[in-house]
Ligand binder design. Sequence first.
Ligand code: IVH
Length: 668
Amino acid sequence: MNLSEAKIRAEQLRELLIKYGHEYYVLDNPSVPDAEYDQLLQELVMIEEQYPELVTPNSPTQRVGGEVLEGFSKVEHTVPMLSLANGFNEADLRDFDRKVRQAVGDDFSYVCELKIDGLAVSLRYENGLFVQGSTRGDGVVGEDITVNLRTIRSIPLQLTEPITMEIRGEVFMPKKSFEKLNQIREQKGEELFANPRNAAAGSLRQLDPKIAAARNLDVFLYAIGEVEGKTLTTHSESLDFLDQLGLKTNKERRVCPSIEEVLTYIAEWNEKRPTLSYEIDGIVIKVNQLAHQQKLGATVKSPRWAIAYKFPAEEVVTKLLHIELSVGRTGVVTPTAILEPVRVAGTTVQRASLHNEDLIKEKDIRIGDYVVIRKAGDIIPEVVGSLADRRTGVEEPFRMPEHCPECASELVRLDEEVALRCINPKCPAQIREGLIHFVSRNAMNIEGLGERVITQLFEADLIKDVADIFQLNREQLIKLERMGEKSVANLLNAIEASKQNSLERLLFGLGIRNVGSKAAKILAQHFETIDNLQMASEEELQNIHEIGEKMAKSVVTYFEQPEVHELILELKEYGVNLTYKGPKVQDSASIDSIFSGKTVVLTGKLETLTRNEAKEKIENHGGKVTGSVSKSTDFVIAGTDAGSKLKKAEQLGIPVMSETELIAELNK
Ligand code: IVH
């Protein structure tokens, strides 16, 4: 076969393989036997091997990339990926229905969909080609997992139309694949995945796309984030449009004219749930009319036009063997139920928090009792209650001790708290927990330094406070259990890198009472250096809008301690950054720019700036960038090929600017 013949044949094969692949993976309705598909694929592989210049990025042979990634880069979602509010019973759903009705009247319908128990992802297609896929992350910034998503056969690399859009859906692992995977892992002596969701998540986070490719993941797409040049009026129309583009949607969706039909749908699926080949954890109910959705809007976390009905948690009975006490970072002593191991909602449970003594009394839970266990939010095991009629008389009521189980100092009950606390600042348990908190993900985020290693270091007397972490060396670390040269080197690098963190991470990590990660960010942004913050008075702190009296007091009290002054000096000495590195807060009204205090929407392709650059620049000029055009939009920046958003802006009479005009404004 010469080059031109090969070219023609390769195109033919690709077209056929894409068609058959769509039938098999998306429609679940193959028209040719598997062997025929494999044979055609093999033929294409051979042609592409002989003529590598014929390989196209969207060839069915190009799903698995060869390279192993170093890490995932971050992707900012142009339209935030919100979560859903939950409903647990009929009353919650009727309440939701009433609120919707109040806002939009009676003339609307719902779409009910299965709530797939997987991982939310966003797929970006440009001119019909799959260009980027990301995780939800915190809803604003996710991780770029394009290479792994490309391995999922039901995600088309090319759509049937050259459209530019962003689509959301759920990646999941079918029950059968999950069981097979765990069987193999068991044979290999590897740790088992707790449930299909964890297995899917673990697979998408693999840096080697070959591993993801072998995991047999699948997807259902359920929403359009953004689309250029297409006007849709209902959600069900959007889903049909996704089908038309060759994307995989879930066929069990149903349009329900009223909440009564929604309840029927839920009852039906409550029964039929076990017959599905994948896990679902509830039903999602969405208002169908997009205009109504827009009118209803969203809170910071979730849209007001949708709700997730969660199936009731599975409950099981097991025996309470004893109650263990642990001392947390803030000195609170928490009782934990130690249980006879039992499987519930996909994992084996042996421990469950009992929260505090009052709760144990209220539920009359005794050591030796048979207790009912379930998972709250399907994740955290909890004890629902005890079965008093199964007692034999040997069960013992529980009493909290008067002294700290770790340092023996007297426990106290502060103000009106239910919890008992150890208030000894030198209590080793508190110090250890504080260290674990300091290195955790939302704080200093030191990878490789988890609970296990911290405990070892603490017990070996190698770290007594957080500053000590920064003077650890190879000789000390290599002596620890399960620490090889490679992990030591990685850990030292991670510690070194963490010195460059922006101030808010350190502030949160210090564990100042009442200062969560959000407050830490506000404080860092406002004061910029730890020295400024240290000098701030209660009054100054309270002048910040989001900071209340309680927090202001704890911050001042914290920084008054001589030990804290010493700690800060040490951190400085070790080269730990103590300044804020993020975007500055500016009173938007004081910025001299036409964008100051205004809401801006970007649409179409920008030539000079990337979307993120444009967004950042507008924000630095005091503006806010949002995803969709509405009456409250002040400007629309239209790049090339701008579609429906531009049209809408024109309809609403919103000023439209070109990229050149934008840049000119930004440079003023
Ligand atoms: S719609 C803004 N539809 O459930 C609303 N979500 O608890 C976007 N999920 O983060 C979500 N199946 O990961 C929607 N049919 C479905 C879903 C679904 C599963 C997940 C999704 C979301 C979470 C919310």
